[in-house]
Design a protein around this ligand. Structure first.
Ligand SMILES: Nc1ncnc2c1ncn2[C@@H]1O[C@H](COP(=O)(O)OP(=O)(O)O)[C@@H](O)[C@H]1O
Ligand SMILES: [Mg+2]
Length: 187
């Protein structure tokens, strides 16, 4: 079964002479449980595509189906529910809140949704990502690799159907980058 299907996706930013065709008829199918990397030069449309799959932006043409839900049919409120319940997103620059502790950062999206985490699953993720001793630290007290692990934990606690990561190793040295890739693959 495909967890993600993308048909003939188009997205243009701007108009007239300054228009940028970021996506030009993309087709893509990703099987459930598969680890897939999208590779391309800077500016080739990777972030734009991830935002369409995650329901964070809307295509001009084409359709995106994630875990059986066709995003084209959803209203803004339904898209918000889709994002919250089905998508984990790891941002390129982590997007952690500096004034919240590691634990608070990880729980932030769930608490906005008025939900809590299953305690057993929470400890499992903390152990996997080696964050159990850093829960009361603030993001700036962690290394780049540590902050990236917090961002991954935050994306995983809600048990999303898909985990989307935008250049998850782009800000890390090559060893930390390998470790993060290893963690993503074992999910
Ligand atoms: N919100 C936006 N407004 C205008 N142009 C954009 C916007 N987002 C992306 N673009 C342009 O679309 C193209 C693809 O960008 P992007 O998806 O960020 O590529 P990548 O992630 O592969 O570097 C680039 O030319 C970029 O400048
Ligand atoms: Mg990008």
């Amino acid at each position: 079964m495909d967890i993600v299907t993308v048909h003939h996706l188009h997205k243009t930013f701007g108009k007239g002479e300054s228009a940028v065709h970021a996506l030009n008829g993309i087709d893509l199918a990703i099987e459930k449980g598969k680890f897939t990397a999208i590779i391309g030069a800077s500016g080739s449309g990777k972030t734009t595509l991830l935002h369409m799959i995650g329901g964070m932006d809307i295509p001009d043409e084409g359709e995106v189906i994630v875990d059986g839900t066709n995003l084209s049919g959803l209203k803004e409120k339904e898209l918000a529910v889709f994002r919250r319940s089905k998508v984990g997103f790891v941002y390129q620059n982590f997007n952690l809140v500096p004034t919240l502790t590691v634990r608070e950062n990880i729980m932030f999206p769930l608490s906005l949704a008025g939900a809590t985490s299953d305690a057993v699953f929470f400890s499992e993720i903390m152990e996997l990502l080696q964050l159990q001793d850093r829960l009361n630290a603030y993001p700036q007290e962690l290394s780049g690799g540590g902050q990236q692990r917090v961002a991954i934990a935050r994306a995983l606690v809600s048990k999303p159907s898909i985990l989307l990561a935008d250049e998850p190793t782009g800000n890390l040295d090559s060893e930390s980058g390998q470790n993060v890739l290893g963690l993503l693959k074992c999910r």
